[in-house]
Structure formats: structure tokens, C-alpha cells
Design a protein around this ligand. Sequence first.
Ligand code: TXA
Ligand code: MG
Length: 341
Amino acid sequence: MVTEIFKVDKDSYDILKKAAALVRSGELVAIPTETVYGLGANAFDKNACLNIFKAKGRPGDNPLIVHIARPEDAEKIAYTNPLYYKLADKLMPGPLTIILPKKDVIPSEVTAGLDSVAIRCPVHPVASALIEMAGVPIAAPSANSSGKPSPTTANHVFDDMAGKIPLILDGGVCDVGVESTVIKITENEIILLRPGAVTLEMLKEFCENVSVAGAVKEELKAGEKPLSPGMKYKHYAPRADLYLIDDKYIDFVEFTKEKQKSENCAIMCYDEEIKLLENKNLLPVGNRDDIKNQTKQLFILLREADKMGVDTIYAHLPNDEGESLAIYNRMIRACAHRIIK
Ligand code: TXA
Ligand code: MG
């Protein structure tokens, strides 16, 4: 199959029309969103959704997120509650996914047999326009091959999906850079399953009872059943061994300078550290305090490290609070316990 890439914005009517027709006819289309690129299919079409799993090499027990054009469109596919609308009112459209009890119109293949469905209303104008034009909700996981970092540019998608899907909509670099915040809610409870740009602190404004699933800060213990199937898979793994350095205990520059002499390594450093290190395989993540930019760069740099062909990558152990929790969560799972204190 030939994979076409088109640059788009919300006014690219002809291309969006073509993409919407492909979705309606059961094909897969890669879509830019504000978080990461998604691999979309008609959420009502069981076979189209099964093809998502095939194209990604995704295990069949890991459910998909269903994308809608307006928060109230959730009514068609799920049983909502007042807390949903309280959250939607302030945070949707945006980088938030809410898990609710599902209605029968969503095939069980989409939710991997679960009786709940994950719902997201993206704010990206291209994603939003496409869902609207397709006239159906769009099921879309991140558009990477399973186990690779999520794609945040159309070229990342092409690297993983060329020959497997007919169309990639190129909407430029994703604003946020990591996947949406995923929460499961009841009328009076929020459980954070995956941290993202909508932070724990923000969620606490909507509900007194907010908890964090264990797998957010730690890897699952052997035999533990995760609240979200996606938590049990090794994610975001670069080919090289990633080490996280806790700079509360270790001088990052001194440590990595030595490694640069003896190892084929890449260094994910803060911009302030560039001039202190040897100019070799540096992957600057942005200024120390600029968490937004660090988030946006994260998957771009992990993919770049793979292309460099290094054996090891050294990076700062991120803070596990506020906006930085999303980076912490991804890095912890990419490093396979290699934390240096
Ligand atoms: O930002 C995003 O969320 C992107 C864009 C494309 O919207 N999508 C994305 O999808 O990251 P995916 O499939 O890569 O991650 C979805 C996560 C998985 O960890 C999955 O296990 C979890 O959400 N999930 C989906 N439905 C669920 C459900 N019903 N119950 C629990 N977890 C669910
Ligand atoms: Mg994913």
C-alpha cells in the first residue's frame, strides 16, 4: 500500500473530505492531535478497528480511546454523569481522556472486552474537523508501532506506518508532546491512570476524592492487575539503554562528561548544560524550568537517540510532581529501573 502524506490545517477541505471518506469506508488515517498523532478508524466499525491492532502490532487486550467532536457526543457511546460535565465544561476539548461505562454501539473489540470506554475530545482543529466531517466517533491509539515512543510529527508516523495505511495528515509538531491524561470516574471519584498535560492538581479542583493508580509512579509488581491494560506493557522503550540520573545526589555534568569519554552514549541535558559538556551526541531537552518544552521534546529526542545508534542514553531523573509527573511516568517506564542515585 502506498502511504500518502498531506500537510493540512482545518481549512484543507479537499484533503479532510478525502480522509473522512476513508474513515467512513473502514480505512485507517493518521491524525494530528494536540498530544500525539493518532491512528484513527471509524469507532463503530469492528473490522476497521481490528486493523488498527494489526497495523500497530498492538495486543488485542489493550483498549482504544474513542475521539468525539463535542463533549456531549459522549451520550451516544457512554453513560455519563454530572462529574463528566463538570470536567468537560472546563477541560474539553483538550488533552483529557475520561473512562465511563460503555453503551452497546461501541464494539467490544474497541474496548478489548471491557464494559467501559475511554472518551476524548481533542482540541486540535484538524482532528476536530475530521471527526465532524466523518460523522462518526474515531477510535485512535497513538500512531506508533507498539512499544515505540508515540509519534509527535508526521515523519515519526511515516517511519512506523509506511506501507500499512493509506493516509497521514501532517498537522506539524504536536503541541503537548505526550499522550492525554487518562482518568476513570464515577459520580464522586476520579482515579488518575495516566498523567498528561491535565495535572493531578487541576483534577483536584473538581472532586474531593482523587487518587493515583499505583502504576503511574512505579512499574507494576509481578502478577498485579492494572486498572488500565496499557500500564502493563513496556512502553516508550528506546533501543539504547536509558539511565536516569538523580541530580540531587550526582553531579550530572561531571558524571556524563566521564561517560562521554568511555561510552557510545547520548546525553539528554538541559540547555544550560550544553556548553559544559563535550559537543557530542547531545540531546538538549530545553531549559531546566521549562517543563512544557521538555514534554514536547521527550519523544522526539528518544526517537532521535535511536537514529544516532548509541548504546546508552543518560538523562535527568524528572521531578514527579505537577506538570513534570507526565515526563516522570514516561521516563520511568522507558528506563527499566536504571536509576542512578
Ligand atoms: O493523547 C492520547 O490519548 C492519544 C491521542 C491519539 O488521542 N491516544 C493514545 O492512545 O495515547 P493509546 O491507545 O496509545 O493509549 C490509551 C491508553 C492505554 O493505556 C489503554 O490501556 C487505556 O488508555 N485505556 C483505553 N480504554 C480504557 C478503558 N476502557 N479502561 C482502562 N484503560 C483504558
Ligand atoms: Mg500508545
